[in-house]
Design a protein around this ligand. Structure first.
Ligand code: ADP
Ligand code: MG
Length: 221
């Protein structure tokens, strides 16, 4: 469980807080979609979840552990367990797909390569391991970025707008990959504006609005 309790987060003194007493308990199973207007605080919520930001008030716990109180050295293993994939491009263009994924792995080169190929298999990209990112479409690149998170052997993923800006086909590929990972037992929290995907994929939907969060089954906005 990822639990936010009475979380307040403010950036500019004298302005209203972005998050204003937000409460939410997110099960670390299945696919949780997070929706809300641009600027509502969805990315802030993700960053709080992995200790990249600290709340001004309130608590953030992950499997009972106080994320907001963890020192940096403990946050590193936490972010391996629950990687946060930021929005936008994430691959290095001048190294191959498999080498991009290997960069996240630990150990000797052969072990890192084996782990990377394994992760690429899980997202259906084994055949494209030796390609370079500029040769690939945006959906493939995003799946490779997901593979790079998988070498950390995560228990859960946080994905910030993984399909925003992608065409329908690329977005479909990424969504299919996320469903496949769910079948493999890996859950994710997915910030998304993709209502079609949400309606067909989401196990639950959390809406961030006016500094608070609520569960919703809303299917359009
Ligand atoms: N590091 C920061 N410094 C100042 N303001 C920030 C920072 N991060 C986010 N904000 C502000 O917090 C609000 C929510 O941002 P964000 O979580 O990125 O929104 P979104 O829901 O679109 O992901 C926005 O008004 C944004 O400008
Ligand atoms: Mg955002």
């Amino acid at each position: 469980m990822l639990r936010f309790t009475q979380v307040v987060k403010r950036f500019e003194p004298g302005t209203p807080p972005v998050l204003d007493g937000l409460d939410a308990e997110v099960p670390l199973k299945g696919l949780t979609f997070v929706i809300g207007k641009s600027g509502s605080g969805k990315s802030v919520l993700c960053r709080l979840a992995v200790g990249l930001l600290k709340p001004d008030e309130g608590t953030v716990t992950l499997d009972g552990e106080r994320v907001d109180e963890l020192p940096e050295r403990s946050l590193r293993p936490l972010r391996a367990r629950v990687p946060y994939l930021v929005q936008g491009p994430a691959l290095i263009d001048w190294v191959s797909v498999v080498e991009n994924v290997m960069l996240a792995a630990k150990g000797a080169k052969a072990a890192r390569r084996a782990a990377a190929l394994d992760a690429l298999k899980r997202v259906g990209l084994f055949e494209l391991a030796d390609r370079f990112p500029p040769q690939l479409g945006p959906g493939v690149k995003k799946r490779a970025a997901i593979a790079r998170a998988l070498v950390l052997e995560p228990t859960y993923l946080l994905l910030d707008e993984p399909t925003t800006g992608l065409d329908r086909e690329a977005a479909g590929q990424v969504n299919e990959t996320l469903l496949e990972l769910k079948r493999q037992g890996l859950g994710a929290m997915i910030v998304s504006h993709d209502h079609r995907a949400m309606n067909s994929m989401a196990d639950r939907v959390l809406e961030v609005s006016a500094g608070k969060a609520k569960w919703t089954n809303r299917s359009s906005s």
